[in-house]
Design a protein around this ligand. Structure first.
Ligand code: IMP
Ligand code: MG
Length: 180
């Protein structure tokens, strides 16, 4: 059953409160600019949907898809783009929206890729920051929560495509059992 074997780490209420705070910070910072929010698929779609509804400025959205090779709960370090942007980012104010930053390799790769396309500005907004396993230094301009070194699911985040629809962020208690 959905939600079984999962321990709540961040409740729906906590997410809601924090996302509203992040949205008002973003609204203030981009008050005089047109913003292009770029969601990193798939995990960020729930977060971005909630964030955008609280952001009070001119926002356009686009998405990028990535996969990192390797076992399902570990990043191997190689990143590949599976879906690219539909619009050009040249001269635009871009905010990259991520669900979680773990090793930082995905974000590093995306930042390098987007920076080459010469946006007017490029910032990062991540719901979750898991610094324990960071392998490359990345700066998060906006972040929701710093979390411990555990594999989390829900609120867009999956384990083998499961649990994305949970309204909270939880820790998967026994990932090995899930493999069956
Ligand atoms: P990174 O490249 O290691 O920073 O992480 C890249 C991606 O791995 C994230 O955008 C997530 O999609 C996924 N990921 C990392 N940690 C977790 C987790 O705890 N739960 C679910 N997905 C995760
Ligand atoms: Mg992701």
């Amino acid at each position: 059953m959905e939600g079984e074997g999962i321990k709540t780490l961040i409740s729906h209420e906590e997410l809601d409160k924090r996302i509203k705070e992040m949205a008002s910070e973003i609204s203030r910072d981009y008050a005089k600019q047109d913003l292009l929010m770029v969601g990193v698929l798939k995990g960020s779609f729930v977060f971005m949907a909630d964030l955008i509804r609280h952001v009070d400025c001119n926002v356009a959205v686009d998405f990028m898809g990535t996969v990192s090779y390797g076992a399902s709960t570990k990043s191997s370090g190689e990143v590949r783009i599976t879906k690219d942007l539909e619009e050009s980012v040249a001269g635009r104010h871009v905010l990259l929206v991520e669900d979680i930053v773990d090793t930082g390799l995905t974000l590093r790769y995306l930042l390098d890729t987007l920076r080459n396309r010469q946006p007017a500005s490029l910032k990062v907004c991540a719901l979750l920051d898991k610094p324990a396993r960071r392998r490359v230094r990345v700066n998060l301009d906006y972040y929701g929560f710093i979390i411990p070194n555990a594999f989390v699911v829900g609120y867009g985040l999956d384990y083998a495509e499961k649990y994305r629809g949970l309204p909270y962020v939880g820790v998967l208690e026994n990932p090995e059992k899930e493999k069956k």
